[in-house]
Design a protein around this ligand. Structure first.
Ligand code: KPL
Length: 312
């Protein structure tokens, strides 16, 4: 089975390191020739949660040289802002992949692919695994977790490909589950990200820091209540109390971690706010639901983004 991982960020490197021993034809697609050359020369250096290091030789290509290709399965592991470009590039493949997995945080990741892929190909992936990119080909697996994969549409066009992928990953001991209600899982993760990411980025504190302040906890509750109302309007029946508990549990379990949004702000990068709280605000407006707390957070993060160094 020909698998490609699109994106050389933390999760892209981690999953390439995992897939390569299982699928000898697996290939990583990266954005720059520099990263391609680095990985070609040295492979991927994976640091396991135990601290053990392993160098895994990996096939790697630069996106610019991928034309007339065909893959059975494509892991798309770039940020949401890059998805439109990825969707357009898929037209350069000789045939569409049979299975496409979208790994992005936030909501709306399937939008750009509606017109470029046949029905029954697109799946979402939600993961609680932690990974940190430490160099062009270096990744630290910071925390074990579970991954759920499931279709955005009712029926898969190529169920055999999905079954083969799941079977191999499970046999290799990777914690992965098939999830027919993937949109619900995506919303559940969005709740956690809405509650944790902007507050940690604004306050510049690790996730656990939110639990030490009544004000932060009050804001987390308000954020989640608004987002749950929007989810319910879309037919996803979540409970605000459960979602708040879940977000607080993540704060406890990842107390020393810096959220991805805080890391983006610290590195002067644009954040994913528009696809997390921003998407809640947009969908709320569409459904006639007010989301003032989420809206304020979106504006504050936009202001932080304006202060970043444009050359970074
Ligand atoms: O997914 C995360 C992120 O940082 O984006 C959380 C769950 C908040 C963990 O840090």
């Amino acid at each position: 089975m020909r698998i490609a991982v699109w994106g050389g960020g933390s999760l892209g490197l981690l999953w390439t390191a995992r897939l390569t021993p299982l699928f000898p034809e697996a290939v990583l697609l990266v954005r720059t020739e520099k990263q391609r050359d680095w990985i070609r020369e040295r492979g991927i250096l994976l640091t396991r949660p135990s601290g053990e290091k392993e160098r895994i030789p990996a096939a790697v290509r630069w996106i610019g040289e991928v034309v007339n290709e065909s893959f059975d399965c494509l892991f798309i592991m770039v940020k949401q802002r890059d998805l439109r470009e990825v969707a357009e590039s898929l037209t350069a493949f000789s045939r569409p992949p049979s299975l496409v997995l979208l790994w992005q945080n936030g909501l709306g990741q399937d939008g750009p692919f509606g017109s470029v892929l046949p029905p029954g190909v697109l799946c979402g992936a939600v993961t609680t695994e932690g990974a940190l990119r430490e160099g062009p080909g270096e990744v630290r697996h910071t925390g074990e977790g579970t991954t759920w994969i499931g279709p955005f549409s009712e029926e898969l066009a190529h169920p055999g490909i999905a079954a083969k992928l799941m079977g191999k990953l499970k046999d290799a001991g990777i914690s992965i589950e098939w999830e027919n209600r993937i949109v619900r899982r995506i919303w559940e993760k969005v709740m956690v990200n809405c509650a944790i990411n902007p507050l940690t980025a604004l306050l510049r504190i690790p996730n656990g820091g939110l639990l030490h302040s009544d004000d932060a906890r009050f804001l987390m509750k308000s954020i989640v209540e608004e987002a749950v109302s929007v989810a319910r309007a879309e037919g996803i029946a979540l409970e605000a109390e459960d979602m708040l508990k879940r977000a607080e549990e993540v704060c406890r379990k990842t107390a020393v971690n810096r959220s991805s949004m805080l890391q983006d702000v610290e590195r002067g990068r644009l954040t994913e706010i528009d696809w997390i709280n921003g998407e809640v605000v947009r969908r709320g407006a569409r459904a006639g639901i007010e989301t003032p707390v989420n809206q304020t957070l979106v504006r504050l993060i936009h202001l932080l983004e304006m202060r970043r160094d444009p050359d970074e």
